[in-house]
Every structure is written in C-alpha cells, then in structure tokens.
Design a protein around this ligand. Structure first.
Ligand code: UDP
Length: 495
C-alpha cells in the first residue's frame, strides 16, 4: 500500500529569510542550490517512509519536501503500508535490536515476511517511478524495496537510517546482519552520526544530522504575552489577569503528594516566570536518566542547606530553584508499558521525599491530543528554564537538547553519542560523564546555576552551533549534496 500525503504549505524560504537571524542560512542554501539543482532538476526524488504521522521523521519530511520543491527540485513523499500487522512488529523488533535491545534472533520466516511486504510495495511503487529517478528509503521498514526497484528500473536508491548505537552488541550485530543484503543493494547510505555506520557500509555512507524547524510551534520565539498565555492556557500558571486565548481543552497535570496527577496549578504555582528553573522534557524512558536527575536535584538542595554558600545571591538561588520533569501524558502512551513503569518509579521516588522538597519538584504530564498545544507547552517550559538538562544514558541525537540550545539556554547533557555530537563540553554547555552519578549531575547543574556569565556564554555558543549545523536549511543542503553525488557517475555501488 502506498500513500502520498500532502506536504507542508506553511513557511516559504522567503518567509524564513525575512527573519534577520535566518537570512544568512537561507541565502547559503539558495546559493548551493543554484549549482546543485540544475543538473538534477529533471529527475524526481522520492522520500519513502512508513508513517505519515508521529515521530520526528514524519514531522520533518513534509517540510523538507516543500522547501526542496521551492528550490526547483522535484521531490515527492510516499508512505508505505501493509495490512499485515506482524510486519510492523518485526520492524519494531529490528529497530530495538539496532538500539541493542531484544533477543538477537531473526528467523527465515522473518526474512520471508520482510521481503514479501516490501516486494508488494515496490511493485505498486514502480507504477510511479520513472527511469533516472532517485529513491530515498527511510529507516529499515522500506529498505528491502531497494532490490526490486533496481531490478525493474534504472534508478538510484539511497538508504537513510535515522537510528543507531555507538557500541556493538549481539543484538546490534543480529540486526545489521539481517539488513546487510538489502543495504548492499543501495547506491549510498546516510546516517545521523559516524558511530552508527555498520562496517560494511563504511566508505559508501555520509552523515546528515537531524535538524529543527526554527519557526515550528516548538521553536519559534514567543512574545512575553504569548508565553504567559500558553502557561495560563495549559494551567502551568494561575490566570490572574484576563488572557487572549481560552484554556486548552486538556491542561498540563502535576504529580501531587498523594501520587495523583492533578491540574498543574491545583496546589499553587510552580513559579515558572519567577524562580530559577531546571528542566528536563523527554519521553518517560529509563535511558533518559530522569531518576538520577531527580536525586541530583535533591542533593543540590541538601548540599546548599548543609553548606550555606557564602554568596548571598547564590544562597537565595538555591533556596528558590525548582526542578521540572516533563513528559507525555501516560494516557497517550498506553501502548508503551515501559514508559508507564518509568513514570511510576519516578512517582514512587517523589512520594518518598519530604513535603518541603516535593514543593520544589514538578513532575508534569503534558497532553498530546493537540500536537500544536503540546509543542507550545514544551516551547514555553524550555524558555522559562535557567538550565535545561538532558541526562540521557543513551541518546540517538536528542532533539530536546537541540531545541534548548536553539533558544540560547544553558544545557547540561551527557557523553551519550547524540548529545556529545551536539554539545562541545565547556563550549556549548556542560557534559556529564556518568549520568547515573547524581553527584556529578548535581555538580554540573550547580556550576551553571551559580554562574550567569557562563550560562550566557555557553547559551550563545549553543545557539550559534544549532544555527550552523542543526537547522532544516543545513539538512536540505545535505540532501542536495547526496542527491547530486548519486546522480553523478562517481558513486561506487555496493551491490
Ligand atoms: N517531546 C514532546 N512532548 C513531550 C516530550 C517530548 O513534544 O511531552 C518532544 C521533544 O520536544 C523532542 C522529541 O519529543 O522534540 C523527542 O526527541 P528526542 O530526539 O529528544 O528523543 P526521542 O524521544 O526521539 O528518543
């Protein structure tokens, strides 16, 4: 089954360029397109993935397609599907194995299922494909279409793999062995970090980093009125004055001392607009390191009571600072039992804390029913933060860190692959070596809390880094180069 979802009709390149801080990035992209696009103008570039909604890939693809078309490239988006639910169970297993999780066993029956669904989709897709077109297959789901497409049409096929792990385990080896024949049928491959490239694709792959859209609801600037409005609408701040927009149908909810999630303002405000705030926004995943971050914050508070810092301002800061741990509402993650388990563990750790400390910690669940409202809440929470933490034990990339860096915030990350790719330790933020060590996490967070000048310097550098490397314009530039390279004759086939 193939679908052709609509692509984005939002911001044009001229719209982006009209923002002073984006002009140069758009100019650079246009300039590169002037040389790269004309020779490839006649062929269609197909972006093929397996979902039209949900997840970072589906979020960015329509934007990439729309802006590439504006640059004169003929790019289209196709989404594959199947009625066979077991296909997506298999590809989910492969996804987890690439991340080192699961039993490292894939059977002959798995091969047959994977090839059958992909062959079926490839045959349907061939009706739309012309000689000379270029097909980009995203992630493992559609990868086995490559052989069939190349057998019937003179086309180039690129594999774009968005996932990876920077270590080899029996699980990762099983997945990469399974995928090898299909990846070998492709002309080229694209990964998010060099550490993720399997040995057999070394030399025939390149890197395109994930990127963000600076004008999306999650990243656009929010005026003071808009920011306050979002906080009030989401019940993250009490509405003391009339605000323009009505309350969101579903508010953010906060954990209370009885281990229940209630409308976030019920027991008083968090103080997002007034207090120093330390924030982590993530999925409720054990590898995101929420539990050691909670413990680190408790230690910051306890240390400050024991040591009473001599600096009056800093003492006050530590007295009133609050921690915000935010993630998706559990009612939207029913199909993610691990997420519920992790949130439950966090709730239990919270319940054990003395009341006075609980007041300083806001465990928030954010409704996901409206993507726009969820994005605005994440945006507002990040913008209210003094320090944003991403204490991941493992991280493929970590867009939450990119989002905070783009907002010029001081970020504490970890040495997990995706985070160290973005944050240069001491330059664009601070990196924790061991995210499971609450003392180290506490020290890094407190270092930034203590030093407004350092926060400014690393925050500015972080914003410049995202501007230079991790905006959507740079990502499209990466695609233009890959497409131009594959359209040329210099590409070494892996087959
Ligand atoms: N996110 C969100 N609402 C939440 C929690 C997370 O919108 O309640 C977003 C977050 O802002 C980021 C994405 O989900 O854009 C997570 O991407 P990331 O690369 O950080 O981690 P992943 O979840 O893919 O492991």
């Amino acid at each position: 089954m193939i679908e052709f979802p609509p692509t984005d009709a939002g911001f044009t390149l001229d719209d982006y360029a009209s923002f002073a801080h984006l002009t140069s990035a758009v100019d650079e992209l246009r300039q590169e397109a002037r040389t790269l696009v004309p020779p490839i103008r006649d062929r269609t570039v197909w972006m093929v993935n397996s979902t039209a909604r949900g997840g970072g890939v589906a979020e960015m693809l329509p934007k990439v397609v729309a802006l590439s078309n504006e640059l004169g490239l003929s790019m289209r988006w196709a989404v594959i599907g199947t009625d066979r639910a077991e296909f997506f169970e298999l590809t989910k297993r492969i996804h987890n194995l690439i991340h080192g999780v699961g039993t490292p066993k894939l059977s002959r029956a798995d091969v047959d299922l994977y090839e059958a669904v992909n062959a079926h989709n490839a045959e349907e897709f061939l009706e739309h494909l012309r000689p000379n077109d270029l097909v980009v297959l995203h992630d493992p789901q559609p990868l086995a279409m490559a052989q069939v497409l190349k057998k019937h049409r003179d086309v180039k096929v690129v594999w774009r793999c968005h996932i990876g792990l920077d270590e080899h385990t029996p699980a990762t080896r099983a997945a990469w062995t399974f995928l090898q024949p299909y990846a070998a049928a492709c002309d080229y491959a694209v990964f998010s970090a060099p550490e993720y490239i399997p040995d057999y694709l070394a030399g025939s792959s390149t890197i395109i980093h994930p990127a963000l859209d600076p004008q999306s609801h999650k990243n656009r600037e929010l005026s003071p009125h808009k920011l306050t409005g979002v906080l009030c609408n989401a019940a993250l701040k009490a509405e003391r004055h009339p605000v323009l927009t009505p309350p969101f149908p579903e508010p953010a909810r906060r954990l209370n001392s009885e281990r229940k999630f209630v409308e976030a303002n019920t027991d008083g405000e968090i103080g997002l607009l007034y207090r120093p705030i330390v924030t982590q926004v993530s999925r409720w995943d054990r590898l995101k390191g929420f539990a050691p971050l909670l413990e680190a914050f408790v230690r910051i508070k306890r240390r400050s009571e024991e040591r009473r810092p001599a600096d009056e301002r800093h003492r006050r800061r530590l007295e009133i600072v609050r921690l915000v741990l935010a993630g998706p509402d559990p009612s939207t993650i029913q199909d993610d039992p691990e997420g519920l388990e992790v949130l439950d563990e966090l709730c239990r750790a919270y319940a054990k804390l003395p009341r006075a400390l609980q007041e300083h910690i806001a465990v928030l669940v954010l409704p996901m029913a409206s993507r726009k409202q969820n994005a605005l809440m994440v945006n507002a929470l990040q913008r209210c933060s003094t320090v944003v933490v991403q204490n991941s034990i493992r991280e493929g990339f970590g867009l939450t860190a990119t989002e905070a860096m783009w907002k010029g915030l001081a970020v504490v990350g970890t040495s997990a692959c995706g985070l160290r790719t973005q944050i240069r330790d001491g330059i664009d933020g601070l990196l924790v070596q061991d995210p499971n060590d609450p003392d180290e996490v506490a020290t890094k967070v407190e270092t930034l809390l203590h030093d407004p000048q350092m926060r400014d310097v690393v925050g500015r550098s972080a914003q410049r880094r995202v501007h230079g490397e991790f905006l959507i314009f740079r990502q499209i530039q990466g695609w233009l180069r890959v497409i131009a390279r594959c359209a040329g004759t210099s590409v070494r086939s892996l087959g």
